[in-house]
Design a protein around this ligand. Sequence first.
Ligand code: SF4
Length: 360
Amino acid sequence: MRRNSKRIKIRDISIGGNAPISVQSMTSTDTRDVKATIKQIKALEKAGCEIIRVAVPDMEAAKKLKEIRKSTKTPLVADIHYDYRLAIKAVDAGFDKIRINPGNISKPAKIKEIVDACKSRNIPIRVGVNMGSIAPKYLEKYGGPTPEGLVESALDHIKLLEALNFTNIVIAVKSSDVDMMIKANEIIADKIPYPLHLGVTEAGPPPEGIVKSAIGIGILLRKGIGDTIRVSLTADPVLEVKIGFEILKSLDIRKKGVNIISCPTCGRIEIDLLSIVEEVKERTKDIETPLNIAVMGCVVNGPGEARNADVGLAGGKGVGIIFKKGEIIKKVKENELVDALMEEIIKIVSEKNAKKTKNV
Ligand code: SF4
């Protein structure tokens, strides 16, 4: 069962309180380069990214936020460290959420200025504590970075906001250590009512970073913990969005686009399955309708093994078959297999869309 959390609104997206688990990412461009940043925001939007974070390292970057804001309707988050003036600037520019750790702002009056600005536009603050930003007193208390230190650091930041009567909060406790990230989220989930943003920070390049993220985020989601996710990869952020949705799809939490079920191949294979899978993947990449497509190596076990697929193909010697829900519907020449499969896919997508329109 999903953890019960407070619902926080960020522009037209809700986080927590049973809202769909959203997928977010962060631009990797220099924010001062508005053109490059907007280009990346557009690419992220195209991939389905629902919340986009932008780093604001200095005042020069902060001054560009207004122009960046104008380019998109997607909720934007300003990622800020230490300098309260950058947060105020981001709020004024129309950004929809501020990520800042209030404990890192030296004067209480400055924290109040940020809080007042966020209150005036009713926008949330995300407190995000990473393994590298655990307060020194907790490093000392626990003899190094620990899940408990992560949690206690985050709770200190939260208390500062709550003392100012501010509860429009999202929390993240992240670590590059998967086990630490899981434990920290498990601990904090029972202590606060706020929604949780999940991620394995600095997870590294693919495929290692993908595996770490899928395990860390996946285990927590399976336990009902987590309200929004960000996969952090040393790669194009568009890939982070794709992996984020794949994690949600694998757990049957959100259905979006096609799910390809393909066999690992074995000694029975008589076709070039790898090329066929790549072609099917490419030709279905823009389909948004949830659809299970099986691409199996042989007719011996293929259709039966992929009984739950909406549609599929199975290769053979010279000929192959097209099947629906495990039942064979037609036999075609091997070189016509993908075209025949695509014909069925288009039919099913139109049927599903027509049904959806009827039910609206
Ligand atoms: S579907 Fe056929 S080719 Fe693929 S792994 Fe199973 S038996 Fe082997």
